[in-house]
Design a protein around this ligand. Structure first.
Ligand SMILES: *Cc1c(COP(=O)(O)O)cnc(C)c1O
Ligand code: SF4
Length: 351
């Protein structure tokens, strides 16, 4: 039975003055994320005697961060849940394994300066912020304090100047971290500035935020995403079909309704999605939600995440099997990042 404390008049008046109090903003949801192992285990009914020591060890290496809307998709009491695996720190993370390094993409130096990274002739990548809404255990950036990396107004002016001087660039990619972790006012300003550069036709946004916190798809976001004269592409990051719950689908529908092209990239992860039926369901579920599979990344050998590793032959086999089951447009491209090499390298599937 629910115990109700008597409501005092003052409190009621206060409530009436704040009619939206029960619909928290995405910023509040983000601020209220789970950030300690104890609370993650408690919320999911996992036995601290079995999990807490390992979770604390992993948390020390890379802190826990799980927002409530993502937590809601995890099956309580199931330590093998594929979404839980992506966010729960484990004792395994402290193990040192040959070949698994702190900076697998050797990008430590590359992110300095104005935040503009250019690997291709026609497109440039802009690191809007280093902050993320969720801490994915397998992230190849887990060893860097990216959340301290923010573009100053001077960086921004310099980046815009560089883009103005490069007529061959027609697409700007917002990346991070997660570019949608910054507020809409700042993003709208970027878009206005970029729209004023005649040779820029497209803006692409690499983000996991609409998946992790669907409330991030605000009216203000849809407003700047509908800027006339520019086309918008959003590349989401979804690894498992269970990540697409009803609120996420509704948020994605608002994006497609605003004319945004939705694509997805996944990372192949042991114990999360390294099965043909899971990847098959992922592609089908994505398309159902208006999203086309784009890339399937091989695992980057980052220290502390070797328990997610899937070897290349297995990855090739999975994608060959997907080819037999799905139309070509629902089979993601299997790619790898090779340090020092320009861009992503497709893996030969050895048919
Ligand atoms: C991945 C990436 C891009 C985009 O590459 P596409 O093949 O067009 O998806 C652009 N710049 C950098 C630095 C990248 O890492
Ligand atoms: S959202 Fe992307 S960048 Fe952020 S922790 Fe997850 S994998 Fe890393």
């Amino acid at each position: 039975m629910i115990q109700r404390t008597p409501v005092r008049i003052e409190a009621q008046l206060l409530d009436n003055q704040c009619p939206d109090d029960d619909t928290p903003t995405w910023q509040q949801i983000l601020a209220d994320s789970i950030t300690c192992p104890e609370s993650l285990l408690a919320q999911l009914g996992l036995d601290p005697a079995s999990w807490l020591q390992g979770a604390r060890a992993g948390h020390k290496l890379f802190p826990v961060r799980v927002p409530a809307p993502y937590l809601a998709r995890i099956r309580p009491g199931d330590p093998e849940d594929p979404l839980l695996r992506q966010v729960m720190p484990l004792a395994d993370e402290a193990r040192v394994v040959d070949g698994f390094v702190r900076d697998p993409l050797e990008e430590a130096g590359a992110t300095a300066g104005t935040g503009l990274i250019r690997k291709y002739r026609s497109r440039a990548l802009l690191m809007i912020t280093g902050q993320c809404a969720i801490n994915c255990r397998y992230c190849f950036r887990r060893h860097f304090p990216y959340d301290q990396h923010r573009l100053s107004p001077q960086d921004r002016t310099a980046a815009l100047h560089q883009l103005q001087q490069a007529p061959e660039i027609n697409e700007v990619i917002f990346s991070g971290g997660d570019p949608l972790a910054v507020n809409d006012r700042l993003l709208a300003r970027w878009v206005d500035n970029l729209a004023a550069i005649p040779h820029i036709k497209r803006i692409r946004i690499h983000t996991r935020l609409p998946v992790v916190i669907p409330q991030r798809v605000t009216d203000d976001l849809l407003q700047w995403l509908s800027h006339p004269g520019l086309q918008f592409v959003m590349v989401l990051h979804i690894n498992h079909p269970a990540e697409l719950d009803a609120p996420t689908r509704a948020a994605l529908q608002r994006l497609t309704g605003a004319g945004v092209t939705l694509l997805n990239q996944s990372v192949i992860l042991h114990g999360v999605n390294d099965r043909t039926d899971t990847l098959y369901q992922l592609s089908e579920t994505l398309f159902d939600a208006g999203v086309l599979p784009y890339y399937l990344h091989t695992f980057d050998p980052v220290a502390g995440a070797h328990h997610f590793n899937v070897d290349d032959d297995r990855a090739r086999q999975l994608v060959r099997e997907l080819n037999a089951l799905l139309p070509g447009f629902l089979v993601p491209r299997l790619v790898r990042e090779i340090p020092g090499k320009s861009g992503k390298t497709p893996l030969d599937l050895n048919f």
